[in-house]
Ligand binder design. Sequence first.
Ligand code: ITT
Length: 201
Amino acid sequence: MRLYCATSNPGKLREFRLAAGGGWEFVPLAGAQPCEETGETFEDNAIQKAVYYSRHAPGLLFAEDSGLEVGALGGSPGVRSARFAGEGAGDEANNRLLIERLRGATNRAARYVCVIALAREGKPLRTFRGEVEGQITDEPRGANGFGYDPYFFYPPFGITFAEAAPDRKLEVSHRGRALRQMFAWLKESRGDSQSPPTGRT
Ligand code: ITT
């Protein structure tokens, strides 16, 4: 089944592609102007992106909004994870700021959140949420993944997400969990009818 996806983040796209299998074909949407992200929640932003980009796609499209919530920072950077150190800031600057803000903090608890929204022709269909809990380390470790992964220690594996093989990260990650829910829902709704029903979680 062909599924359009919209993201400007190559790290996300690599993970979407890795997760695809069993007859799913992800087609990255090209050419649309970037969508604004003005929501205060992952759900709002995911829907905003999916609705906007689906107007430029000839079929079912998904977009996602994701980020890191850090307990000692009151849930920051949250929906501002991509631009924590400022508009257009890269991973390095965002990570530097994160570690600076956490200097001396004993509570290192954090979680990644991913909300995927599906839409067709400008209409939202459904959202799917995945989360994963971890700890923020002081020193970066590993070269896989992207974003905050070198600092995101995952206790059940005993390594950071940047040290985990990409398929191993996807088994437990926020994105992997949300993607599997979407696949299951699409498979189920395809069995019922040719087009997925409307409605949101
Ligand atoms: P699109 O909106 O175009 O998809 P984006 O990078 O702007 O790309 P978001 O607004 O959803 O996407 O921001 C997500 C940020 O959260 C991302 O840039 C990373 O800083 C962080 N993040 C999310 N998932 C991550 C992961 O699996 N590993 C590391 N960092 C992650």
